[in-house]
Design a protein around this ligand. Structure first.
Ligand SMILES: O=C(CO)[C@@H](O)[C@H](O)[C@H](O)[C@H](O)COP(=O)(O)O
Length: 230
């Protein structure tokens, strides 16, 4: 569930903007990580990899927003890139929920669509949604790289993923709004890196697990290599 903000005493808009402003400054520290993620995403997609994205509620809409920009475009005309918002596959989603339970809705799709070296990006405000935790476990079992956009860390999903970007706000709405900013910047860095990635895809490196990343501290050992579809 999305976090509830403390009452601040202004109008609704003033309070909302104050919370947004408070979370904006720390987000600036994620620039280098988003640039590195964008480059890694470009290399993996250029090599035939795929981005799977998932979230619940408002985060589902944000997941779908990102895949639209990858399959379509953000700023510049370019080749379509493979990205799937897992909640949008409605017949599969409802069948999986009905037959296996809601906790399996994304995990089963990760096992179905994911290939080693693809990327799974999970979006959440709480970091505790069980179907996202289950999907992260499935990503590890399948060999996918696993990233998360979350609310304040530590949280269980951030701990489970290879890397995470945590928005430090008590307000779930602000967290979602800044996830959209992060998605746009990630996509923009990916588009900037794509021509070079298409010209000379970097060699694959092994995916590491259990990497703890602090915002603003680039992980020098993070892989930037491509993956191929089986
Ligand atoms: O959009 C909102 C609140 O802004 C809600 O729909 C919200 O996304 C839902 O309550 C989700 O189920 C919350 O999931 P999560 O962010 O905790 O993973």
């Amino acid at each position: 569930m999305a976090a509830t903000p403390p009452a601040a005493g202004g109008t609704l808009l003033e309070d909302h903007l104050a919370l947004l402003a408070a979370a904006l400054l720390p987000l600036r520290e994620s620039e280098r990580m988003l640039a590195r993620w964008g480059e890694e995403l470009a290399h993996r997609l250029a090599a035939g990899g795929r981005l799977l994205v998932a979230g619940n509620g408002g985060s589902a809409a944000e997941a779908q927003h990102l895949t639209a920009e990858l399959v379509g475009k953000l700023r510049h005309d370019r080749q379509p890139l493979s990205a799937i918002a897992l909640h949008a596959e409605t017949s599969a989603l409802t069948a999986i929920a009905n037959d296996y339970g809601y906790d399996e809705t994304f995990a089963r799709q990760v096992r179905a669509h994911g290939r080693p070296d693809d990327i799974l990006l999970l979006l959440t405000t709480s970091g505790t949604s069980t179907n996202l935790l289950t999907a992260a476990h499935a990503a590890h079992q399948t060999g996918l790289r696993c990233w998360a956009f979350t609310g304040p860390a530590p949280n269980p999903l951030a701990d489970l993923c290879h890397e995470h970007l945590a928005i430090d706000s008590p307000d779930g709405q602000v967290v979602q709004e800044l996830h959209l900013v992060a998605s746009h910047v990630l996509c923009e860095y990916m588009e900037r890196a794509l021509p070079a990635a298409l010209a000379a895809p970097a060699p694959a490196e092994p995916v590491r697990t259990g990497v703890e990343v602090v915002l603003g501290d680039p992980d020098p050992a993070a892989p930037a290599g491509p993956g191929g579809r089986a």
